[in-house]
Ligand binder design. Structure first.
Ligand SMILES: Cc1cc2nc3c(=O)[nH]c(=O)nc-3n(C[C@H](O)[C@H](O)[C@H](O)COP(=O)(O)OP(=O)(O)OC[C@H]3O[C@@H](n4cnc5c(N)ncnc54)[C@H](O)[C@@H]3O)c2cc1C
Length: 341
């Protein structure tokens, strides 16, 4: 399809918080061949641009004054096999969960713990999505990018080039606004090696009477757990975890644990400790707290929700209230996970 720009595009269908905002300019990119024309256009050159995937990790607090370009590039294919591994490439606009299910159906394993995460393949390296003991960096071979300042010329970043960290990558730093992810290459295994040691996966499997789980069983267990714990954005606007789990120096963690032995914590490497942000928020009495239509979810304190008519500003104000409460009670700073615009 040829490139088409529109004006005053409502973004409500394109963000999982359901914020009723508009983009001054809007276009969809469903063919990479159209990227040079997009980058050469007056609309692009004269406006700030937001590259949007599924809108499941953004909070709009106002209309977007520039161009929102939504990537809808499609396709997934096996590039090669390498011993027991399958190198699989998926286009940026593929729905993440549908892609994970596709890999399982093909016998390519390793992404099952990341089932049911909303959003697109193109955004998965941006914050190095993670859940149930797996981060996508564990399975990314390389990332295919377009260089925005070079007419869309391709560039392949290796896993190391992406400098993945906890909910972090080069795409949030030096590469932000310079590199567009157009496809991601995954190194998956043709030998099942289910990882069941995290969270409630084992309990779920036991409850279903499964002693020797397949990757598909793990995926289904993760789907059941997530569906029971997290609000469905189609019913209640949200962007998943609104705060990252804070990572603090060992000494600070020890001092906190001496006072609060029940505080869930995990080693984070380099003598640092990751604390459970949800627990900290819960201890401040904020789980289930509601201010108008902006709320802290009743079952998962990490998730802020839009009960219907909350504005992005209302959600941001609630986030600031949560941050202030946790800072005051525990001396710990909580960082927002979604991009706030
Ligand atoms: C109910 C729910 C549960 C969630 N659970 C998890 C979870 O368990 N783990 C987890 O890690 N996350 C989770 N998230 C957050 C979210 O699903 C992920 O961050 C996801 O990767 C965002 O994908 P998206 O396509 O919606 O990105 P968007 O929200 O559209 O974009 C996010 C950022 O990435 C940039 N971006 C998007 N596409 C590209 C591209 N092709 N190239 C360069 N930059 C790009 C955007 O500009 C923006 O800055 C959850 C969200 C929800 C709503």
């Amino acid at each position: 399809m040829t490139l088409r720009f529109t004006r005053r595009q409502p973004l409500k269908p394109f963000n999982t918080f359901g914020m009723d905002v508009a983009a001054e300019h809007y276009c969809e990119l469903d063919d990479l061949a159209d990227l040079p024309a997009l980058l050469a256009s007056d609309v692009y050159r004269q406006n700030p641009t937001l590259w949007l995937g599924g809108g499941s990790n953004v909070l709009f607090t106002a209309d977007y004054p520039g161009l929102v370009a939504r990537l809808t590039l499609k396709g997934a294919r096996l590039l090669e096999t390498d011993g027991d591994d399958a190198i699989v490439e998926a286009a940026a606009g593929e729905n993440w969960h549908a892609f994970v299910q596709h890999t399982l159906s093909q016998g390519w394993y390793g992404l099952e713990n990341l089932s049911l995460i909303p959003g697109t393949v193109g955004a998965c390296p941006v914050q190095n999505i993670g859940a149930y003991g797996v981060e996508v960096k564990d399975r990314i071979e390389s990332v295919v990018c377009a260089q925005l300042e070079r007419g869309g010329e391709p560039l392949l970043l290796s896993n190391a080039d992406c400098r993945f960290g906890y909910r972090d990558s080069v795409f949030k730093h030096e590469a932000a606004g310079k590199l567009l992810v157009t496809a991601v290459r995954f190194r998956l295994s043709r030998q099942p090696a289910p990882r069941t040691g995290y969270g409630d996966i084992q309990q779920q499997l036991a409850a279903a009477g499964i002693a020797a789980p397949t990757p598909q069983d793990v995926s289904e267990a993760v789907i059941r757990i997530r569906s029971s714990k997290l609000p469905n954005p189609a019913e209640l606007g949200n962007a998943g975890s609104f705060f990252k789990n804070p990572v603090v120096p060992q000494a600070q963690a020890e001092a906190l644990l001496a006072e609060h032995p029940a505080l869930p914590h995990y080693p984070a490497g380099d003598g640092r400790v990751k604390l459970a942000a949800g627990w900290l928020i819960d201890q401040c009495g904020l789980k289930g707290y509601r201010d108008g239509d902006a709320g802290v979810h009743a079952r998962q304190a990490l998730v802020l929700v839009n009960y219907g008519k909350a504005s992005g500003g209302d959600i941001r104000a609630l986030a600031q209230k949560v941050q202030a409460a946790v800072r005051q009670r525990f001396g710990v700073a909580l960082e927002a996970e979604p991009i706030i615009l």
